[in-house]
Design a protein around this ligand. Structure first.
Ligand code: CAA
Length: 239
């Protein structure tokens, strides 16, 4: 039975992913950044252990992964899902808003991969799945920080795919469209209405629709798929 760790795994796409991996037979742990109440409710509902640390902090990732591995054993599947928005048009964006988003969304992926990669190389198996976004492919007004971080994840994923291939470590990105989560609910309703008009499917994605693709990319059967970006966006952007 393989072990999987999902960052930002107690809510939204991350929670759906942790649950889908559990249903597929993995031993699963979920990392979360701060909302203990949500994490406790998630664990009570699913039985999936939740561990708090900030993925933007390398030392915290090292300590957090050590705790997870003590509970689950070596991490075979890493899902870098933790992500934040600090939306503002560039002429109003602060350096703090830029840095915070890059540190969590892109820096968090580096930190987590750096911590688990040596074990994956030794065991000659690994699955890394990075949660990018349609907005990393298409751009989105108000998201220079977020779009840069999500586009950065795609380049990171391709480079890691090349490094890992000979050791049976795959790295892939998923680029969800607008999904029914708290992150999207935070967008002003009139702005979200406009965005939804540009989705040919005419609706938000369901978190489970993203999660099932993570499970597929994590599977042994997907071992020849590496370095790709899988778009799941209802036709909003055809890369
Ligand atoms: N295209 C082009 N220009 C736009 C624009 C758009 N879609 N939206 C806003 N602008 C321009 C406005 O015309 C305006 O220009 P001027 O100053 O020249 O008049 C300027 O940007 C400021 O616009 P606002 O008055 O709306 O500025 P604001 O500060 O009140 O709000 C904002 C800015 C918070 C970024 C708001 O526009 C917004 O929420 N936009 C949506 C951002 C978005 O889609 N976020 C996705 C979050 S979900 C997510 O990220 C998950 C995922 O992966 C998909």
């Amino acid at each position: 039975m393989r072990a999987a760790l999902v960052t930002g795994g107690t809510a939204g796409i991350g929670a759906a992913t942790a649950e889908a991996l559990q249903a597929a037979g993995y031993r699963v742990a979920a990392n979360y950044g701060g909302n203990q109440q949500v994490a406790e409710a998630f664990t009570a509902r699913t039985g999936i252990l939740a561990f708090q640390w900030n993925v933007a902090d390398l030392a915290a990732c090292e300590a957090g992964v050590a705790r997870v591995q003590a509970a689950l054993g070596p991490i075979d599947v890493l899902v870098n899902n933790a992500g934040i928005t600090r939306d503002a048009v560039l002429h109003k964006m602060t350096a703090g808003q830029w840095k915070e988003v890059l540190d969590v969304n892109l820096g968090g992926c580096f930190n987590m991969c750096r911590v688990v990669i040596e074990g994956m190389r030794e065991r000659r198996f690994g699955r890394v799945i990075n949660m990018s976004s349609v907005n990393g492919l298409s751009g989105q007004a108000g998201q220079t920080n977020y779009a840069a971080s999500k586009a950065g994840l795609i380049g990171f994923t391709k480079a890691l795919a090349l490094e890992g291939a000979s050791r049976n470590i795959t790295a892939n990105a998923i680029a969800p469209g607008y999904t029914d989560t708290a992150m999207v609910s935070a967008v002003r309703p009139e702005v979200l209405d406009q965005i939804l008009k540009a989705v040919p499917s005419g609706r938000l994605a369901r978190p489970a629709e993203i999660a099932r693709c993570v499970v597929f990319l994590a599977s042994d059967e997907a071992g020849f798929i590496t370095g790709i970006t899988l778009s799941i966006n209802g036709g909003k952007y055809l890369a």
